[in-house]
Every structure is written in C-alpha cells, then in structure tokens.
Design a protein around this ligand. Structure first.
Ligand code: AMP
Length: 286
C-alpha cells in the first residue's frame, strides 16, 4: 500500500493510471475509520476489480466545519487508519496536509468554492450554513487530484450524497457515484467517528435516532400521516431522553429532498439531534 501526502505526486500518479487505462475507485473519508468506512472500501474493491485500484483519502477538511464546531477535537488516528486500510486491501491512501489543500490558509489565499445553491441551504445546511460548500469544494478538489471513474459515499450522510450527485451531474464530472448502505451497531445506532465522544449514559440515549426512524416506519405502515404530527411525535421521543435535544427532523422525497406534507411508505426521513454536546444524524426510507 502506498501513502501519498503530496498533492503533486497524487496528481501525477492519477495521470499515469489514466494513461494506463487503470480503473480508479475513490473513497473519501475524514479518517478515524470504522466498519462503516470499511463497507465503503469493500464496495470500492468490488468496483475496481482485480486490475483496478482503490484510493482512500483521509483528510479532515477544515472548510466543512463551522467556527463553533469540533474541527480541533475531531478524532485523528492516521496510524490505526493505515493499518485498517492495509488489511482491507486498499492500494493507495491519499492523506494531504491543510497547507497543500488550502495554501496560505483556507480563509486567506483560497477563493474559489463549489456551491450547490439550493440543496445546501436546507436541513443540515440550515443548521450548518457553510458545511456543504466545504464538502462540495473538497470533493471537487479530490476528484481533480485522484481522477476516479467511480466514487463511493455512505447513505449515512444522505443529503451530502444527494448534493454530491447533483454536483457531478451539474458540472459534468466523469465520475460514477455509488451510495453504500448505512452500517449500524446491533442496537441500531449508525456508526460514526463522533460516537466516541459519547459517555456510556449518552451512548444508551443515542439510540433514540434509530428508534425515531423505526417509530415513523411503524406509523406509516398502513397509510399517510401528516408531517407536522409525525414531527411532534419524534420530538416527544427525543425529549424523553434527558441529555438529548432534537435539532431537526424532516420528511422529503429521497431523490430531490423536496419536503412532503403527508408522510407515506417510501418517504425519506432525516434527523439530527444533540446528545450532550455531540451532534448525531441519521436517516432512512420509511
Ligand atoms: P466521514 O469520515 O464521516 O466523513 O465519512 C466518510 C464516508 O463514510 C462518507 O461517505 C460517509 O457517509 C460514510 N459513512 C460514515 N459512517 C457510515 C456508516 N455508519 N455507514 C455507511 N457509511 C458511512
């Protein structure tokens, strides 16, 4: 396995792969890898085939964190990540530095952003106003540096996946986008690098996101339910947890993110909640 930190080395390697007709599959991550990431890597290996290469990028991207968010304390463990990648059959890890990605610092010399004008404003974007422009910009940069033919993202970040698919379509990136299913703990909690912030008591309460999804699924099994009503039921469920606070819950078309007034089977639900200081998200098709 090769580890590349230098962006010019990455770009020349990508050029060689392209000229040799080698299929490159990219899995972008922020590191601190868990079984959710590994499922993306497995999917990427299948896509790459025997002759292709899987590139995992590990980069905690500063521009997708708000000023009051957890950029500084976001967990980083490159050594453990490299061991996991090696074991998972990754060909190349691309782990660039901030200085290389945003020369002179992201607020000074860097001036060009990719922005999904409307989709980036709702739900996660409402709570985290500059988050998605950081995501779309860094993924566009990674696509230019690695030049993958396929990129694999997780359904865990559903809105991110929809926005990135839209970016690829709108800007004609020659990349096939694959969205891989959410990997969960046995009690339903979606795996996340941020779960390690939770105290044992909070960890128990954190299953309320999964229980809310299951509640909504049950409620719509036999017909439509008003979105406002379901929203207040989910609010109540979350409220019952002493350390949890609902940020938002939305019901919408899974492809377009357009909200619905009446929730049916097949409607998509997404929610975000704080458990203590930790902000967790989850989503699913009902
Ligand atoms: P992150 O390192 O959190 O930025 O995530 C990198 C990629 O892994 C994103 O495409 C996420 O959607 C995906 N991912 C994170 N957690 C999970 C999970 N529990 N199941 C599936 N994919 C995930």
């Amino acid at each position: 396995m090769r580890v590349i930190a230098d962006i010019h080395k990455m770009q020349s390697q990508a050029g060689r792969w392209l000229r040799q007709g080698i299929r490159v599959v990219l899995v972008p991550t922020m590191g601190c890898l868990h079984a959710g990431h590994l499922s993306l890597i497995q999917r990427a290996r299948r896509e790459a085939g025997r002759k292709g290469v899987v590139v995992v990028s590990i980069y905690v991207n500063p521009t997708q964190f708000g000023p009051k968010e957890d950029f500084d304390r976001y967990p980083r463990d490159l050594k453990a990540d490299l061991a996991l990648c090696r074991k998972a059959g990754v060909s190349t890890v691309f782990a660039p530095t901030d200085q290389a990605m945003y020369p002179g610092g992201s607020k000074e010399r860097f001036d060009t952003y990719v922005v999904a004008a409307h989709l980036s404003q709702i739900m996660e974007g409402h709570s985290r106003p500059t988050h998605f422009q950081g995501v779309t910009t860094v993924v566009a940069k990674l696509f230019n540096l690695v030049r993958p033919v396929v990129a694999v993202f997780g359904a865990k970040d559903w809105q991110q996946a929809v926005i990135l698919k839209r970016m690829v379509a709108d800007l004609n990136f020659p990349v096939q986008m694959i969205i891989s299913p959410i990997v969960r703990e046995p009690d339903g909690l979606a795996l996340s690098s941020r779960n390690r912030y939770l105290s044992p008591g909070q960890r128990g309460q954190a299953t309320v996101l999964w229980r809310s999804l299951q509640h909504a699924r049950k409620r719509v099994r036999h017909g439509g339910v008003g979105a406002a009503r379901l929203r207040s039921e989910v609010g109540q469920l979350v409220h019952e947890q002493p350390d949890a606070r609902l940020d938002y819950v939305e019901f919408f078309d899974g492809e377009t993110l357009v909200p619905v007034k009446t929730v049916h089977r097949g409607t998509h639900m997404a929610l975000a909640a704080f458990v203590g200081r930790t902000r967790l998200i989850d989503n699913g098709r009902l």
